[in-house]
Design a protein around this ligand. Structure first.
Ligand SMILES: CC(=O)SCCNC(=O)CCNC(=O)[C@H](O)C(C)(C)COP(=O)(O)OP(=O)(O)OC[C@H]1O[C@@H](n2cnc3c(N)ncnc32)[C@H](O)[C@@H]1OP(=O)(O)O
Ligand SMILES: O=C([O-])CC(=O)C(=O)O
Length: 379
C-alpha cells in the first residue's frame, strides 16, 4: 500500500460512503429524510413517526406506530443504577458527561448488548430513544435541587419530556416548538458525531459504545455544543427583558463587529456543508418566533437579528440550526448547558440508523496518514 500525499484536512469534501438515510443538498439548501423534505415532516409528523421513518426507511402504518408508541411510553423510566451513576457525578460536571455516562450504563445493563443482529440493534435503538429524555430531565432537576418527576404514559414524547423536566404540563405551543426541534435535530448524514458512531461500529463494537463515542463528538462547540454557546453569546452581550428589539439589535450588532474584528469564531454560524444557509433554519426560526410571541420576549429577537445581520454584512456567513435552537430552549426554561443533551435525545435516532446502515455494509474505517516526523535515526 502506498501513502497518499494529498491531504484532505478534516476530510473536507471527501465522500466516504453511501447513505440512504438522509440527503443534504447545499446547492438547494435542502434536507431529505428518506426522501421526504424535513420541513414537511416538521409541519405534520410526530417525532415518533419521524424516528420510525429514519430507522426503517418508511413512515409507519397506524399499527406500527401504535405499537411503537406503547413500547416507548412503557420504556421511559430510568433504571435505578443509571440514577445511582448520575448521582455519583458532581453537580458542576457538564451535563453532556452525564448523558455519556448514562448511555454507557444503559449499555452495560442490556441483555442484548453484545448481540448486533438487526433485530437486537433495533430493539436497543428504540429503548435508548425511550429512556434518554429521563436522563436529561433527571439531571436538570437534580441541578436545581428538585425531586424526580416520573414519566406519564398519557403524554406523547415531547409532552412527557417537558413534563419530566419541569413537573408541569407544557402549553401546546411549547410542545409543538419542542417537537419541531426534535424532528430537525434527528439526522444530518455524515456529521462529526454520526461519523464517529460509524467509525466505532466499523470495528464491530456494540451500539452503546458507538453512541457513547458519538456523544463525545457532539459535545464540542464546533458541533452540537454550539447551541449552548449561542446562549452564552446572548448572555455575554446581556439580556434585558425590558429593552426594545431595536436597542437589543444595535448592541448585538456592535458586539459582533468587535468579535469579528478580534477574529473570534462565533458559534451558531457557518457550516461545513451548507455555505448559503442551513436547510433547517427557516423552520426552527419560525418555531423560535412562536416562542418569542408566546413568552413575549421580543428583545431576544433583537439580539438574534443584530448578530445575524452583522455576520452577514461582514462575512456573508449564515446561521446554522443551533442558532435558533439555543434561544428556543432558553425560553422553554432549560438551563443553557442542558441544550446539547436535548440534541442527544433527538440525534440518537440518526446515530442508531447509521449504526445499522454501517453494520449492513461494513468496512473497517481506517484512513491513511502522511508521516511528517523525523527521519529514521539511530538510538
Ligand atoms: C448542528 C451543527 O453541528 S451545526 C455547526 C455548529 N457549529 C458552530 O456553530 C461553530 C461555529 N462554526 C464554525 O466553526 C465553522 O463554520 C464550522 C466548523 C461549523 C464549519 O467550518 P469549516 O467548513 O471547517 O470552515 P472554516 O472553519 O474553515 O471556516 C471558513 C472561513 O469562515 C470563517 N468562519 C466560519 N465559521 C465562522 C464563525 N462561526 N464565526 C466566524 N468566522 C467563521 C472561518 O474563520 C474561516 O475564515 P478564513 O478563511 O478567513 O480563515
Ligand atoms: O452536518 C454537520 O456537519 C453538522 C450538523 O449540522 C448536524 O449534525 O446536524
Amino acid at each position: 500500500m502506498t501513502e497518499t500525499t494529498e491531504i484532505k484536512k478534516g476530510l473536507a469534501g471527501v465522500v466516504v460512503d453511501y447513505t440512504a438515510i438522509s440527503k443534504v443538498n447545499p446547492d438547494t439548501n435542502s434536507l431529505l429524510y428518506r426522501g421526504y423534505p424535513v420541513q414537511d415532516l416538521a409541519a405534520s409528523k410526530s417525532f415518533e413517526e419521524v424516528a420510525l421513518l429514519l430507522w426503517t426507511g418508511e413512515l409507519p402504518t397506524q399499527i406500527e406506530l401504535t405499537d411503537f408508541i406503547a413500547a416507548e411510553r412503557a420504556g421511559r423510566a430510568l433504571a435505578s443504577n443509571v440514577k445511582a451513576a448520575i448521582d455519583l457525578l458532581p453537580l458542576d460536571c457538564h451535563p453532556m458527561d452525564v448523558g455519556r455516562t448514562a448511555v454507557s450504563v444503559l449499555g452495560a445493563n442490556h441483555a442484548l448488548a453484545e448481540d448486533s443482529s438487526p433485530e437486537a440493534e433495533f430493539i436497543k435503538a428504540k429503548e435508548l430513544f425511550a429512556a434518554f429524555p429521563a436522563v436529561v430531565a433527571y439531571d436538570q432537576r437534580r441541578r436545581r435541587g428538585l425531586s424526580v418527576v416520573e414519566p406519564r404514559e398519557d403524554l406523547d414524547y415531547s409532552q412527557n419530556f417537558l413534563w419530566m423536566t419541569f413537573g408541569e404540563e407544557a402549553a401546546p405551543e411549547v410542545v409543538d416548538a419542542f417537537r419541531v426541534s426534535m424532528v430537525l435535530y434527528a439526522e444530518h448524514s455524515f456529521n462529526a458525531s454520526t461519523f464517529t458512531a460509524r467509525v466505532v461500529t466499523s470495528t464491530l463494537s456494540d451500539l452503546h459504545s458507538a453512541v457513547t463515542a458519538a456523544i463525545g463528538a457532539l459535545k464540542g462547540p464546533l458541533h452540537g455544543g454550539a447551541n449552548e454557546a449561542v446562549m452564552h453569546t446572548f448572555q455575554e452581550i446581556g439580556i434585558d427583558k425590558n429593552e426594545s428589539r431595536e436597542d437589543a439589535a444595535a448592541r448585538a450588532k456592535a458586539w459582533m463587529e468587535q468579535a469579528l474584528a478580534a477574529k473570534k469564531k462565533v458559534m451558531g454560524f457557518g457550516h461545513r456543508v451548507y455555505k448559503h444557509g442551513d436547510s433547517r433554519v427557516p423552520t426552527m426560526k419560525a418555531a423560535l418566533d412562536k416562542m418569542v410571541a408566546y413568552y413575549d420576549r421580543g428583545e431576544l429577537l433583537g439580539l438574534y437579528d443584530g448578530l445575524e445581520t452583522a455576520m452577514d454584512e461582514a462575512k456573508a456567513i449564515k446561521p446554522n440550526l443551533d442558532y435558533p435552537a439555543g434561544p428556543t430552549y432558553h425560553l422553554m426554561g432549560f438551563d443553557t448547558d442542558m441544550f446539547t443533551p436535548i440534541f442527544i435525545a433527538s440525534r440518537i435516532v440518526g446515530w442508531t440508523a447509521h449504526i445499522a446502515e454501517q453494520r449492513a455494509s461494513n468496512a473497517l474505517i481506517r484512513p491513511l496518514s502522511a508521516y511528517n516526523g523525523p527521519e529514521q535515526r539511530a538510538l
